[in-house]
Design a protein around this ligand. Structure first.
Ligand code: FES
Length: 326
């Protein structure tokens, strides 16, 4: 059985102004979640995912923090309209940007509102483990800093275990590879968490890899769909898609997702984020196998039953059949 990936109405109980363009929303949501996970909101005819800034281990409220972005349809609507008492539609918490069972230090790099899931992870790591935790938080300027007092207070309460270094672009310019190397220091065996604007995340990731940090120790939260490479030429094999009583078969193409194959077959399959976060595009593989590039939405037992995010799934066998639920 597929799990509940539907939308649920939840009430906003509190709105906290963090900065001139960032607000935290406390929600009366009866969900359990893990530090670092996100909710997907349905608003303005589209979907957007926002991370929890609260920790399930230290906070009684479930809170998510949203920053205004130029042209941001949902974030701007939330900041301009959402008030205590309002209902919003959200999915259950999802995401794999979570703590691992390890004693390794935790080193995080965040930019702007990327501090949201990092704050959640830091609070849980300090409350439930003995791990050392270090964060380099980059912001445009002092007025843009989110959770400044809360995290400084946490550092004061965990001397020797938690350190947060603030980097203000207005004073020091953008974070550079040298800055990432210097902050990493001798902690190359840490687990690294990265969240922020795409160029920032790319820079931190490539610098860590150049330092010899294992890929499996680097965790990155990306909500936007990665730029899609065009599909390659046709190759051996077929993809068969069943949707809404229609069944179509097309030849496989190198690098093409099942969602792209379904569109090429003339179907109109469901989708939203195209980043592996929302499960709107899920379908069940009933013949053959497919591998997902990113999966932030399906549970292990769903994957074991053959469910796949078609926006992320590529065939790994010669013939693949996927069936969308009606
Ligand atoms: S469209 Fe959101 S996971 Fe595929």
């Amino acid at each position: 059985m597929a799990h509940d990936h539907g939308f649920h109405p939840v009430r906003v109980t509190r709105v906290i102004d963090e900065t001139a363009d960032a607000r935290t929303y406390a929600l009366d949501a009866p969900f359990s979640y893990r530090a670092g996970q996100f909710l997907t909101f349905k608003a303005c005819g589209t979907l957007r995912s926002y991370s929890m800034s609260s920790s399930p281990d230290t906070d009684t409220e479930l809170r998510t923090t949203v920053k205004r972005v130029p042209g941001g349809l949902v974030s701007n609507w939330m900041l301009d309209n959402l008030r205590p008492g309002d209902l919003v539609e959200v999915t259950r918490p999802a995401g794999a940007f979570c703590l691992r069972e390890t004693a390794a230090p935790l080193v995080a790099f965040c930019g702007g509102s990327g501090i949201t899931p990092i704050a959640s992870l830091v609070k849980s790591a300090l409350a439930t483990t003995e791990r050392r935790v270090r964060v380099l938080a980059a912001d445009r300027d002092g007025d843009s800093v989110i959770f400044g007092d809360e995290l400084a207070d946490l550092a004061g309460r965990h001397p020797g275990r938690f350190e947060i270094e603030r980097h203000l672009d207005a004073e020091r310019g953008l974070v550079t590879g040298d800055r990432v190397r210097a902050f990493t220091g001798a902690d190359q065996d840490a687990d690294f968490y990265i969240c922020g604007p795409a160029p920032f995340m790319d820079l931190v990731e490539s610098t860590l890899l150049s330092l010899g940090v294992e890929e499996g120790r680097i965790f990155i939260e990306r909500f936007a769909a990665a730029d899609e490479a065009p599909a390659g030429p046709e190759k051996e094999g077929t993809v068969t898609i069943s949707q809404g009583g229609k069944k179509k078969t097309v030849p496989q193409r190198a690098g093409e997702t099942l969602l792209q194959s379904a569109r090429r077959a003339g179907l109109v399959p469901p989708f939203s984020c195209e980043a592996g976060n929302c499960a709107t595009c899920m379908a069940q593989v009933t013949e053959g196998e497919a591998k997902m590039r990113v999966n932030n939405a399906l549970e292990d037992d769903e994957v074991a039953e053959g469910w796949v995010l078609t926006c992320q799934g590529e065939p790994t066998t010669e013939h693949v059949t996927v069936v969308y639920e009606d």
